[in-house]
Ligand binder design. Sequence first.
Ligand code: 13P
Length: 249
Amino acid sequence: MARRKLIAGNWKMNGNLAALRELADIQAAAVAHPAVDVAICPPFTLIAPAVAAQPALAIGAQDCHEKVSGAHTGNVSAAMLKEAGAKLVIVGHSERRADQGESDALVQAKASAAVNAGLLAIVCVGETEAQRDAGQAIAIVTGQVRGSVPAGSTAAQLVVAYEPVWAIGTGRTPTVQDVADMHAAIRATLNDLLGAEGPGVRILYGGSVKPDNARELLAVADVDGALVGGASLTAAQFVPIIEGGAAVS
Ligand code: 13P
């Protein structure tokens, strides 16, 4: 099953209008490496300006509400993101699971809302360090996949991102073997949940992906791309990660 690698940047609560000038070199790298898909997910307020700055670059959001509209002060629906020009949305990031107490069921509802609005949903999963130390990493993560992936999702609608919580923003990464084992377990779970669509769903690795480790991580079986935080904020760091993905595609 050929899966195009996806190199996606998550700017988290970083960036401003001036930072959008980074997108020109990122889009140039996307054009130079057509075998790889590239996306940037800035904060909500920068989505429309980012789309205006680089109309050919896939721009996404970092969250959406599970409902289409209504009395939900401070929230943004998937349809609103779509209208702003977003092509994709991250849901269930561990920072939201921790800070906002998001459950698997809520993440699943958000992913469904995203798909129903015509957005690609990137569903995030990942274990804490305590869970890994207790030997529970694969059980926790495959449980999150079962609880967070909407039934009936297709490979065109869904991406799963494996982001070990302890690897995010720490400069630490799992071993290549641990990444391979986890991605194989996620693949088996997706095959079980989604049948014939399972083999086509892309599984990204995220957590301290940098220019110097991207190629090794992206070469692992069933690693179909990267979800990049800090190193996506500048073209100088993000472009070499795109190049790493292209080199192993
Ligand atoms: P870092 O790449 O900064 O570790 O962040 C990873 C992440 O959380 C992306 O969603």
